[in-house]
Design a protein around this ligand. Structure first.
Ligand code: NAP
Length: 277
């Protein structure tokens, strides 16, 4: 058993956040979980009275984030680990998806996560210790048609995560971007925001993609409890990775992407280098 830690996880009502909270509690840690719904908050605290602590927070309420984090530090205890888990998927062909949907996708998946990190960093930096896990996605490395805004948000969080890790490594703070493949959570079910279909030209390309995602929802390969155990291993590791893929589907697809990128770089190498001097 490792030393008990206080772990702050955003979005513990279902999916990865709930699974990680449960596994962390079972391992003896204290979990402060954020939720948006007061009934869900009470149910969360009932999981382990005194050890499961709920705070109501929508991560797009940017002004509320630092006060909530400061209050947790004072009344619950020093936050050893932040897990930016809260997020959702927007699905829609880009041409059919209004900019307001992109704004919302980035507000939750990117700006919310960054606001959380900016709020915990002064405390972690003062202690010269801390762990941050950002739940990104294999969609932060590879892309698929119909989730351009989602992939954009996860590519952004991957990049921010990696750069931040370089900025804070001297302070004993480790940052890991955790990129899951397809898992059995509410992601493609109740949580997904789907822009309506309006442009017939995309029917042939996109309708089967949308249908397939609805059909496999709840039957995906990945087990969120196993993902939670993997994240706990990262939290316990002395040398955590900057990036961790979860799931063999993610591994296959990201490897394919890296291989095809290497081939493309080589094919265009002469033109790439022609601009020097
Ligand atoms: P989920 O079961 O739908 O859980 C999402 C959680 O995020 C819920 O607790 C939800 O709270 C919370 N949330 C959403 N918007 C929020 C906001 N504005 N403020 C605060 N909390 C918010 O899906 P999940 O798969 O576990 O999602 C967790 C993370 O994993 C997401 O970042 C997702 O993109 C990522 N991910 C999932 C998969 C997958 O296959 N499942 C793959 C790669 C990455 P409410 O209950 O209030 O809605």
């Amino acid at each position: 058993m490792t030393t008990p830690k206080t772990i702050l996880i955003t979005g513990v009502s279902s999916g990865f956040g709930r699974a990680l909270a449960q596994e962390a509690l079972a391992a003896g840690h204290r979990v402060v979980g954020t939720l948006r719904n007061p009934d869900a908050a009470a149910a969360f605290e009932a999981l382990a009275p005194g050890h499961a602590v709920a705070r109501i927070l929508d991560v797009t309420d940017f002004a509320a984030i630092a006060p909530v984090v400061d209050e947790i530090e004072k009344s619950v205890g020093p936050i050893s680990v932040l897990v930016n888990n809260a997020g959702y998927g927007h699905e829609g062909v880009m041409e059919e998806s209004p900019l307001s949907e992109m704004q919302r996708q980035f507000d939750v998946n990117v700006f919310g996560a960054v606001a959380m990190m900016r709020a915990v960093l002064p405390h972690m930096r003062a202690r010269r210790a801390g762990r941050i896990l950002n739940v990104t996605s294999m969609g932060g490395f590879i892309t698929m048609p119909g989730i351009a805004y989602y992939c954009g948000s996860k590519f952004a969080l991957e990049g921010i995560s990696e750069a931040l890790g370089k900025e804070v490594q001297g302070f004993g703070i480790h940052v890991t971007a955790v990129a899951p493949g397809s898992f059995r959570t509410d992601w493609a079910g109740r949580s997904m925001v789907r822009s309506p279909r309006v442009i017939g030209d995309y029917d042939g390309m996109f309708d089967p993609v949308r249908l397939r995602r609805q059909e496999v929802s709840g039957k995906q390969l990945g087990d969120p409890l196993k993902a939670a155990r993997a994240m706990l291993q990262v939290i316990d590791s002395d040398v955590p990775p900057a990036h961790l893929l979860l799931g063999s589907d993610a591994l296959v697809l990201v490897r394919q992407k890296l291989e095809s990128l290497a081939v493309e770089l080589e094919r265009w190498e002469a033109l790439t280098c022609s601009t020097d001097g």
